[in-house]
Design a protein around this ligand. Structure first.
Ligand code: COA
Length: 258
């Protein structure tokens, strides 16, 4: 099981559970996440959603081998590739989403946080957005939401250099709600999700909608624009070089590309 799913006391927990591959997300895992989030929209048993990984790793992001072998195609709705279905569902979730992030949160492991409501990180969390390092471009509307959240120049550093940054820095720039000792993270995030589950669901729904509705059309357009570029870049030589280098455990050589 690569996504562990449970519904208890009003909380849908989605847990990355593929530790041998650092919780890298395959198409099948994206599909499970998208299906669970879609079902949660109308399931009265779900009042809040908790996204979590393991204490040592949240997720290493997209499974690079899966991406290389089966690059996601375009399409709309249920026809879209699982990664795009997941991004649609998390960005349109009407119920509150809490994330508990510990260890590495790479690529989509960080961009998905831009769509969560409460983001708790352990003091061991390391966030990164290495899309350029992989010959790709940002996704999940991060090229819109990150500059808006943290300012253009700070977003440019994160999105262009792709270097990992600490939970403390993520807190300072506003990407994370609170930083906790790793041993306390998951219990704290669950307690916060329980608080949300006990509140009036309609009030939470309307509050979230009021905060998010104004930007939704822009977010959708940015995701569509990013998706088109991302799909093109995924099959370009730069990404092939980056992915091969990762699996061959060597440094990529991008100097041969103009
Ligand atoms: N896709 C596929 N496999 C991945 C992966 C990914 N994104 N991330 C890690 N793995 C695999 C490794 O290939 C390795 O497999 P192996 O044991 O069969 O050789 C295993 O997971 C352990 O990874 P490793 O790199 O040895 O762990 P680490 O603790 O040294 O480093 C990370 C952890 C997350 C920093 C590192 O794995 C990493 O940078 N991964 C790639 C992240 C990435 O670029 N994601 C895509 C974003 S769009």
């Amino acid at each position: 099981m690569s996504i562990r799913t449970s519904i208890e006391q009003g909380i849908l927990t989605l847990e990355f559970d593929r530790i041998d591959k650092k919780n890298a997300i395959t198409a099948a895992m994206y599909q499970s996440l998208a299906d669970a989030l879609r079902a949660a929209q109308t399931d009265p048993a779900v009042r809040a959603i908790l996204l979590r990984g393991k204490p040592k790793v949240f997720t290493a992001g997209n499974d690079l081998e899966d991406f290389m072998q089966r690059p996601p195609s375009g399409g709309e709705g249920a026809e879209a590739a699982p990664v795009f279905q997941f991004l649609y569902q998390i960005s349109h979730a009407s119920k509150p989403v809490v994330a508990a992030v510990s260890g590495a949160a790479v690529g989509v492991g960080t961009t998905m946080l831009l769509h969560c409501d409460l983001v708790y990180a352990s003091d061991t969390a390391k966030l990164s957005l290495p899309f350029v390092q992989l010959g790709l471009c940002p996704e999940a509307a991060s090229s819109l939401l990150l500059p808006r959240l943290v300012g253009y120049q700070r977003a440019a550093e994160k999105l262009m250099l792709g270097e990992a940054f600490s939970a403390q820095e993520a807190l300072e720039i506003g990407l994370v709600t609170r930083v906790l000792p790793v041993a306390e993270l998951h219990d704290f995030a669950l307690a916060q999700a329980r608080k949300l589950a006990a509140l009036p669901a309609s009030s939470l729904r309307e509050t979230k909608l009021l905060m998010k509705a104004g930007a939704m059309a822009e977010v959708e357009k940015q995701m569509a624009d990013e998706g088109a570029v991302f799909r093109r870049m995924l099959v370009a030589p730069e990404a092939k070089e980056a992915f091969s280098a990762f699996f061959e455990k060597r440094k990529p050589d991008f100097m041969k590309f103009v």
